[in-house]
Design a protein around this ligand. Structure first.
Ligand SMILES: [Zn+2]
Length: 449
C-alpha cells in the first residue's frame, strides 16, 4: 500500500514537471526562406547619395517566414526580409493574398525588414530621395511585383513545413548600436540605445534547432557601396545558419531609427558586427530560455497620426528650383498631389500590432522607423524580460519620433519627411497617440499589466 502510494506520488510529480513540455508539444511550427536577390542591376535603397544602380552581389538576400500554429490550430506568421522596408503598397497586396490563399488574417501576419541599406528599392518607398533614371522605374516595378509573389510563396512553404515544435524566449545583449544623433546632430544630446537581443527559438521534438528569430535595434548601415547584401544582419543570419545546419535564422529590426552601428563602412566591420550579434544569439540559445505556450492572441489596428500644417503651394513652387535635388523632387511630388486632390493629407494611418503568447512573451510590432524611446518606454511600462518591441514592420513610410526627438528636431525629428515624400513633420502628441493604441491592443489581447 505504502509502496503503491509512493509510485503514484512519483507519477504525480513526473506529470507536474512534464506538463509544460506537454503544452509545448502542442505547437506546430514551420520555417522557410526564399532568395530575393535581384536578377538585374537595380537602384539600391536607403541612401540619397548613390548615383547609379547596383553593380553585383556581395551576399544573397532573403525573405523568410516563420509560421507558429498553436494548440487551437490558429496560425501566426512572422516574415523577415533583407530589405529597407515594406511600404503599404507592397504589404497590403501581400496581406490580401495571404488572407485569401491561407486564411491568415491581417492581425496574424507581421512583415518586418532588416532596413539594410544594401538592398533594392521597392515600390515608391523613399522615392524623392533617389536620382532615379527613367530606365530604373520598370526595373523597380518588376522587382516589386516578383517580391510580392515570393513573400506569399515563402509563407506557403513554411506552412507546408509545419511540424511539432517547442517554442522558447530569452534575451541577450550586444553592444555595437550607438545613438547616432549625438554624431549627426549635437554631441551634447542624450544617447539612449536599446542593446537587447530578443531571441525566439523553435526546436523540433528531438530538441534540434529548426528556426531562431532574433532582434536588434540598429540601422543596417555599415555598408554603402554598390553590391547587394544584407549588411550586419545578413552576416549574423549567415553565421547562425552555418552554426546550426538545417535551421533558419530570421532577423527582426527593432526600434533602431536613431541608432547606427559605429564605426562603420567596411565589409570587415559588417561581418564583425554580424558575428557579435550571432554570438549574442548563441549565448541565449545555450542558456535557460522560457518555454512559451499558446494560444497566441493577436490584434492589429491603424491609428491616425496627424501631420503639422504643410507649407503652402507657393512655398513648394519656390522649392522646385532650389539646389537640393531631393527637396525639389519632394516639392514636385507634393504639387502633383495638390493638383490631383486639392489638398495634402493631414494625417497618416499608422499600423500597430500586438501578439501575446501564453508563457509570457508580448510582442509589440510597430510601423515606420521607430526611435528607441518607444522601446524603452514600453519596456518600462510592460516589463523588460518578456517584451519584444519591433519597428520597421507592415508599413515603413516615415521616421516615428518620440516627443523628445520631435522637439529636438533633426533628421529623425522631421527632416526625413522630405525623402519619405510626406507633407510635413508629425504634430506634437504623436508619441501619446501611438502609446495609447499600443495600450489598447495590449488590453485587448490579454488584460492590462
Ligand atoms: Zn533609416
Amino acid at each position: 500500500m505504502a509502496k503503491r502510494f509512493l509510485v503514484l506520488l512519483a507519477l504525480g510529480a513526473f506529470a507536474a514537471v512534464e506538463s509544460p513540455a506537454l503544452a509545448q508539444s502542442r505547437w506546430k511550427a514551420g520555417a522557410a526562406k526564399i532568395d530575393i536577390t535581384p536578377r538585374e542591376s537595380i537602384w539600391m535603397a536607403g541612401y540619397g547619395m548613390r548615383t547609379k544602380p547596383s553593380e553585383g552581389v556581395r551576399q544573397e538576400i532573403y525573405a523568410k517566414a516563420l509560421v507558429l500554429e498553436d494548440e487551437t490550430g490558429t496560425r501566426t506568421v512572422l516574415v523577415t526580409s533583407d530589405l529597407l522596408g515594406f511600404p503599404r503598397e507592397v504589404s497590403d497586396p501581400i496581406a490580401a493574398q495571404v488572407q485569401q490563399k491561407y486564411g491568415i488574417p491581417r492581425a496574424r501576419l507581421a512583415l518586418n525588414s532588416s532596413h539594410t541599406h544594401s538592398g533594392p528599392v521597392i515600390g515608391r518607398m523613399l522615392h524623392p530621395a533617389y536620382p532615379l533614371t527613367p530606365d530604373q522605374e520598370p526595373v523597380i516595378q518588376r522587382y516589386t511585383e516578383r517580391l510580392i509573389g515570393q513573400v506569399v510563396e515563402v509563407i506557403g512553404s513554411a506552412i507546408a513545413n509545419l511540424q511539432p515544435a517547442q517554442v522558447a524566449f530569452g534575451q541577450g545583449v550586444a553592444g555595437f548600436a550607438v545613438n547616432r544623433r549625438r554624431v549627426t546632430l549635437r554631441r551634447n544630446l542624450p544617447g539612449p540605445v536599446d542593446q537587447d537581443v530578443p531571441v525566439l527559438s523553435v526546436r523540433g521534438a528531438d530538441g534540434s534547432l529548426r528556426a531562431v528569430a532574433f532582434g536588434y535595434a540598429c540601422h543596417n548601415t555599415v555598408l554603402a557601396d554598390y553590391e547587394i547584401n544584407g549588411d550586419y544582419a545578413g552576416f549574423a543570419q549567415e553565421a547562425l545558419e552555418q552554426a546550426h545546419p538545417g535551421a533558419i535564422a530570421l532577423f527582426v529590426e527593432d526600434c533602431g531609427a536613431d541608432a547606427n552601428p559605429l564605426p562603420r563602412r567596411s565589409v570587415d566591420l559588417a561581418r564583425k558586427y554580424g558575428q557579435i550579434l550571432a554570438a549574442a544569439v548563441d549565448e541565449v540559445l545555450r542558456g535557460k530560455m522560457r518555454p512559451q505556450s499558446g494560444p497566441v492572441r493577436a490584434a492589429f489596428a491603424l491609428v491616425d497620426v496627424p501631420f503639422q500644417k504643410p507649407p503652402s503651394r507657393a512655398e513648394f513652387e519656390s522649392r522646385l528650383h532650389g539646389h537640393d535635388a531631393s527637396v525639389a523632387r519632394h516639392a514636385k511630388y507634393m504639387l502633383s498631389i495638390l493638383d490631383r486632390d486639392g489638398k495634402l493629407p493631414d494625417r497618416y494611418p499608422y499600423p500597430v500590432q500586438v501578439w501575446r503568447f501564453g508563457g509570457g512573451l508580448s510582442w509589440i510590432i510597430l510601423g515606420g522607423e521607430v526611435v528607441v524611446d518607444y522601446s524603452l518606454r514600453f519596456k518600462k511600462q510592460y516589463g523588460w524580460d518578456d517584451l519584444w518591441v519591433a519597428g520597421y514592420s507592415n508599413d515603413v513610410f516615415a521616421y516615428i519620433p518620440s516627443e523628445r526627438v520631435l522637439e529636438e528636431g533633426g533628421y529623425e525629428g522631421g527632416g526625413a519627411m522630405i525623402p519619405y515624400g510626406q507633407p510635413a513633420p508629425f504634430a506634437a502628441g504623436v508619441e501619446g497617440i501611438i502609446a495609447g493604441k499600443v495600450d489598447d491592443l495590449m488590453r485587448r489581447t490579454g488584460g492590462a499589466h
